[in-house]
Design a protein around this ligand. Sequence first.
Ligand SMILES: *Cc1c(COP(=O)(O)O)cnc(C)c1O
Length: 359
Amino acid sequence: MITAKPEFANLSPYGVENRVVAPGKTPIPLDVNESLRPPSPAVGEAITAALGQTHRYPDAGWAELRAKIALVHELHADKILCGPGSLELIGLLIRAFAGAGDEVLSTQYAYAYFRTATHIAGATYVAAPEAGMSVSVDALLAAVTPRTRIVCLANPGNPTGTVIPAAEIRRLRDGLPATVLLIIDQAYGEFVDALAERVFDLVDRGDTVIFRTLSKAYGLAGIRVGWGLFPPEAATAIRKLQPPGSISGVSQAAAIAAVSDQAYMHETVAQTVHQREAFATRLAEIGIETVPSRTNFILLRFSDRQAAKKAEQALRDEGVMPRAMGFYGLPDCLRITIGQQAEMDLTAGTLARLMEVKK
Ligand SMILES: *Cc1c(COP(=O)(O)O)cnc(C)c1O
């Protein structure tokens, strides 16, 4: 009989969420924060062109993609590493820097994969309380122990959608021991780039890594490309763990085309913000509380867990898939991705009818 390593016994495989809607209804997936529209038309053309080269191994150093990202963000290409989704990079980094006996610290409503990756690494996950639905730097600093090796922070947060200012992130970094690695996950960074100050320079300290993804604002969730800005020690560690060529040539071509079309990405962000604000206003009118979001999703808070369940069922009956939040310790909430106008109208209309009945 074969057996996996004993430390794997308590891990559970990545769970596939409930994505069921009423039979006969067109599924409207608003549960995984995909873009409200397909990527730039240039992406399709690039993929078609790349199909003629699929007998070749892809560039294992992602030279053209890194150069493009570096240009757009005014960064040094040699500090950028890419991977098939930012989650894989985050997972590898946690594995490289934390193990048995070490603590990985994050926040109360942190992105769930931080915890998963910590468990895979065999380390102990610790969550600091949040203030309302926002990261508290004071609470994070208070939770640091001599065993803390990594602090993980998503900014904007998921599932909260809230941001903390750059000055707060700098205060966090300054308050952490220099031996603690700070991971800043900016998966929704493009949605706040116009508003927020950059923190990329923190990477130059040598103890901080910043991640981005093409899965959200660029609309490439299905292509699997993410990247990070690394100090040398972290980059070397990741390179030791990464298998070569894990981003296909087709995916690299798609990513280069998407990053090259900044105007299209900015338009996606603008459309998303417009739909999000209109949806939030509508929800306020019908008496549903939301957490002010800076992302392409929004967290809805109901009176209790039963009310959230009821709303979830009513939406599924219409084909709309929301994300239940019990796993995040928010059973009275639903997270809803911002989609097209018609999708948000159907969602708000369904919730409005439900709230009417309740009165
Ligand atoms: C969507 C998301 C990611 C990105 O995942 P990919 O693997 O790049 O698709 C990372 N972090 C957060 C917080 C996210 O919401």
